[in-house]
Design a protein around this ligand. Structure first.
Ligand code: CND
Ligand code: ZN
Length: 367
């Protein structure tokens, strides 16, 4: 079948909407008719080359849609089901999957690095040449073939444009706070970068019962969003050293948890420098592959500080996404407020330009 899809042919280029060929799903695979695709900074990192991706590829890793067809042997979903594709495939049987760490699955990493499905082939092509699957899900396509292990059924009444956001921004941000850092009630938190993912770290901290939640960004517009998501204090890093300002807000002590949700060495170090003794800094932002960050070892030893990272919210999506849906239904998780703009698919490059200009909390393209 044919489908319109946003292809990245080379680093440095914008997305090119082309009519690609999509093969039928094979055994254990699911064909999804995409309804909405989320506009995440990680795709932009792929376009700029910060994130190394096998090309040409159909980008997009956040999305939601409806099952159009299933290959032989698929049992967990059927045509008509509403689903979220999970951008880190998990095999279910390896050491990491068995340990409740599906985001660290080697099979998922293999798909991510090669841009091919687990059998080593692709279901997309253009003029007979293979087009790669980004993160195994390629949500910027009208139709995408995804392994069953990366498809999660969701309730049909959930609006698909909001459901899409659960697949990356929400699970990554909330998960970093709840699964990775395990933020405790009454604690203090700083979040560097309050874009689509960072706002979810802010609301994750609110849901976890943090008492002080400081949002740091360069744009006042983003800080206003952050207040709606639960920030108790805001710091505009364009107006002076953010570390000094965060420390001042905690009476000089520093915070219990810091989240870096930008992907810059400078802000990773700033997040670390905001920590109190025994504090934990979690890097969520994606940097170029070879980036290194130095921290004073003395503070690791004498202050028992922790510096770590979180991929995919350190989550177990099949357990965590249904919980997030319950929190949305209860009015606790803000999804409607997160979706600040919707673009028709053909305007996808404009959606990325608006992300770069920092205009939106999160946007989606709809098909
Ligand atoms: P988005 O562009 O929406 O947000 C980034 C925010 O950072 C914006 O509000 C900027 O204004 C702000 N910012 C930029 N520079 C600074 C600075 N020096 N100081 C303070 N604030 C600044 O991006 P997003 O929320 O979609 O993604 C954020 C990062 O998270 C990005 O690197 C993305 O690739 C990464 C990510 C990681 C994971 C994961 O699993 N770890 C999953 N998805 C995305
Ligand atoms: Zn993402």
């Amino acid at each position: 079948m044919k489908a319109k899809a946003a292809v990245l042919f080379e680093v440095g280029q914008r997305l090119d909407i082309r009519e690609v060929d999509v093969q039928a799903p094979r055994a254990g695979e699911v064909l999804i008719r995409m309804a909405a695709g989320g506009v995440c900074h990680s795709d932009l990192h792929a376009m700029t080359g910060h994130l190394v991706v096998a090309l040409p590829a159909i980008l997009g890793h956040e999305g939601a849609g409806v099952v159009a067809d299933v290959g032989p042997g698929v049992t967990s979903v059927k045509p008509g089901d509403h689903v979220i594709p999970l951008w880190r495939l998990s095999c279910g049987v390896c050491e990491y999957c068995s340990d409740g760490r599906p985001a660290l699955c080697n099979a998922g990493m293999q798909v991510r690095m090669t841009g091919r499905l687990p059998d080593g082939t692709t279901r997309f092509s253009l003029d007979g040449k293979e087009i790669k699957h980004f993160a195994g899900v390629s949500t910027f396509s009208e139709y995408s073939v995804v392994p069953e292990g990366a498809v999660l059924k969701i309730p049909p009444e959930l609006p698909l444009d909001r459901a899409a956001l659960l697949g990356c921004a929400v699970i990554t941000g909330v998960g970093a706070v709840i699964n990775c850092a395990r933020v405790r009630p009454g604690s203090s938190v700083v979040v560097f970068g309050t874009g689509g993912v960072g706002l979810n770290a802010v609301q994750g901290a609110r849901i976890a019962g943090a008492e002080k939640i400081v949002a740091v960004d360069l744009l006042d517009r983003k800080l206003e969003f952050a207040k709606k998501f639960g920030a108790t204090h805001t710091v505009n890093a364009a107006q002076g050293d953010p570390v000094a300002q965060v420390r001042a807000l905690t009476g000089g002590r520093g915070v219990d948890y810091a989240f870096e949700v930008i992907g810059l060495p400078k802000t990773i170090r700033q997040a670390y420098d905001c920590l109190a003794k025994r504090g934990m800094a979690v890097v969520v932002g994606v940097t170029p592959m070879t980036t290194e960050v130095a921290v004073p070892v003395m503070s690791l030893v004498f202050e028992e500080r922790v510096l770590t990272g979180s991929i995919y919210g350190s989550s177990r999506p099949r357990i965590d996404i249904p919980k997030l849906i319950d929190l949305y239904r209860a009015g606790t998780l803000k999804l409607d407020e997160l979706l600040t703009r919707t673009y028709p698919f053909k305007e996808i490059n404009e959606a990325y330009a608006a992300l770069e200009r920092g205009e939106v909390a999160r946007s989606v393209v709809t098909f």
